[in-house]
Design a protein around this ligand. Structure first.
Ligand code: ASP
Length: 578
């Protein structure tokens, strides 16, 4: 139906007779005898000139036949890729009339997001959304190519499946044929891919849909897409190399430049220096550890096992209101308090540097000098200190660090980091059982295996995360391939033999027939594409996303089923508690 794409025409095409198809972006009439149409397709816009009037409106879909010519002197538009030329002597055929769109298809007008989601098919016509989704497609393409090149085999796994152990609430699908039974939508293909290793596939990958019934956030939807992979006869280093290759290729495809090799940091180091397992390395503000300095102190506020600090450069100018707000924020994050010290030039103070704070007079001279030295603060800066037990000071300051820096996630430079040696368990639950930090198929660190029962929280794992600009892109681990270790883990988790065999028996059974050592990883493509597109919310790189409350405003899902359909499934809906 067409000979060219609108956005591709250039001065070289002058004289060519073209047939174009697209949407009418704008129409301007000059009297009765001249009309200008800006015609848009996914490649861009071109100006078409009709001698006469045309009966079309914005967003009509038309076919235009005409001849490319130079624009008259003085009317060249260098904002537009096609701005040197226009298509003249046009005839216009309407292919599809259109009602006026609910909002202009224009990147300059920001329509309300609810309206954009309801009319997503119109919203996606905007150049910004076309750019985002096409960038995402390039990311997918690069990842596929990298995985294929590295000898991975693309295999699909079922969506109607059995519970998977990623720790989130699951979506259930009632079975019509097996009355009263349910499938579960996979939180990830974790068990399926491990079974594929048992099955001898050696290297598997899939761009997989995963479903988790968790609260939605800027970086989380019920349904998300990840590059899922698993390989046999490899260790953590191999997996990190495979994934690095795919991610760096994707970055190159999306942004035109290949980032340098990805650095590594242990979990313990990340917590110590950045107060988080997702360190944003685009800026400094590292945490300093003052625990030893204040191990014996007169200062009641700092009498705790862990005392840590961050320095806000030039923060001494913060007024009382801002400081009070910071203290409140720290408390909301779980701290008992937040001490602040404004660093000043003061010849009379110890070391010639003064500290301005309600607590300053309670510091000994040694503490005063060491506080400034250890934190590296200089005049004009603000020191923030939290004292408490365990990881709390790090977690609170780690969060304040990110909030004070206020860097949008999509802003360069892009800083990737592998965080390794995660703890095997993240905490002990109310029933006294440890909770896996990753999932229960993660191999404990061989050096820590003997502490599995006696001191579970001290056991490290062979799990690793990939982090970009403070966002967790994905996680993976070396898996347990031995039935005896897997059974010990289930026992440590407080799962009885019956429970573990009811949930994961098929995996344990498969291991009886021999499982190769294997390891894997998965990273979120929505998140990666959002960061590359410079977007804060993954909805901006998903064609048909859901709202914060999980609604699809375009289709109206979720919605009630017809009573007949419910009866067929054997389901009775009780009135909601609200
Ligand atoms: N199944 C894990 C996840 O979806 C990733 C992995 O361990 O491979 O987070």
């Amino acid at each position: 139906m067409r000979t060219h794409l609108c956005g591709t025409l250039r001065a070289e095409d002058v004289g060519t007779e073209v047939r174009l198809c697209g949407w009418v972006a704008h129409r301007r009439e000059h009297g009765e005898h001249l009309a200008f149409l800006d015609l848009r397709d996914h490649s861009g816009l071109v100006q078409c000139v009709v001698d006469g009037s045309v009966d079309v409106r914005s967003e009509y879909i038309v076919a235009v036949r005409g001849t490319v010519r130079h624009r008259p002197m003085g009317t060249v538009n260098d904002q537009l890729a096609t701005g040197e030329i226009e298509v003249g002597d046009c005839t216009v055929e309407v292919l599809s009339a259109a009602e006026p769109p609910p909002f202009p298809v224009d990147d300059r007008t920001e329509a309300d997001e609810a309206v954009r989601l309801k009319y997503r098919f119109v919203d996606l016509r905007r150049a910004a959304m076309q750019t985002n989704l096409r960038l995402r497609a390039r990311v997918n393409g690069a990842i596929r190519a990298a995985m294929e090149r590295q000898g991975f085999c693309e295999l699909e796994t079922p969506l109607l499946w059995s519970p998977t152990p990623e720790g989130a609430r699951e979506f259930a699908v009632p079975s019509r044929l097996h009355h009263g039974d349910f499938y579960v939508l996979p939180q990830s293909p974790q068990l399926a891919k491990q079974l594929l290793m048992v099955a001898g596939f050696d290297r598997y990958y899939q761009i997989a849909h995963c479903m988790r019934d968790e609260d939605l956030r800027a970086d989380r939807q019920f349904e998300f897409v990840q590059l899922d992979m698993e390989a046999s006869f490899v260790g953590a280093d191999d997996i990190m190399a495979f994934v690095s290759d795919a991610v760096l290729d994707a970055a190159e495809a999306a942004l035109g430049e290949r980032p340098p090799a990805i650095e590594r940091m242990t979990w313990a180091d990340a917590m110590e220096r950045y107060g988080t397992d997702k360190p944003d390395l685009r800026f400094g503000m590292e945490l300093s550890n003052l625990s030893e300095l204040f191990a014996v102190t007169e200062l009641r506020a700092f009498a705790a096992s862990v005392v840590k600090a961050i320095v806000l450069e030039d923060g001494a100018s913060l007024g009382r209101g801002r400081l009070d707000a910071l203290v409140e924020r720290a408390k909301a994050l779980g701290a008992k308090g937040l001490a602040w010290f404004k660093v000043t030039d003061d010849a009379s103070a110890p070391g010639g540097i003064g500290l301005d704070s309600p607590l300053a007079k309670n510091l000994s001279v040694d503490e005063h000098v060491a506080l400034i030295k250890t934190t590296g603060a200089k005049a004009g800066d603000l020191i923030l200190v939290v004292a408490d037990e365990h990881h709390l000071p790090s977690l609170v300051l780690g969060q304040l660090r990110v909030e004070l820096a206020g860097r949008p996630v999509g802003e360069g430079p892009y800083r990737y980091v592998w965080v390794t040696e995660f703890p095997l368990f993240e905490r002990i639950d109310d029933a006294g059982n440890p909770v896996p930090a990753h999932h229960p198929f993660t191999m404990p660190h061989p050096d820590d295996l003997d502490r599995l029962e006696s001191d579970p929280l001290a056991v490290r794992s062979l799990a690793y995360d990939l982090v970009l600009n403070g966002w967790e892109l994905g996680s993976g681990s070396v898996r347990i391939h031995r039935r005896d270790i897997q059974e010990r883990i289930f026992a440590a988790l407080g799962l009885s033999e019956e429970e573990s065999s009811a949930r994961f028996g098929f995996l344990l059974d498969a291991f009886r027939y021999g499982a190769p050592p294997h390891a894997g990883f998965a990273f979120g493509i929505d998140r990666l594409a959002a960061i590359f597109a410079g977007e804060e919310n993954i909805r901006q790189v998903i064609a048909f996303p859901k709202t914060q409350s999980g609604a699809d405003l375009m289709t109206g899902a979720p919605k009630p089923l017809a009573p007949g359909a419910l009866a067929e499934l054997g389901i009775k809906v009780t009135p909601s508690k609200e």
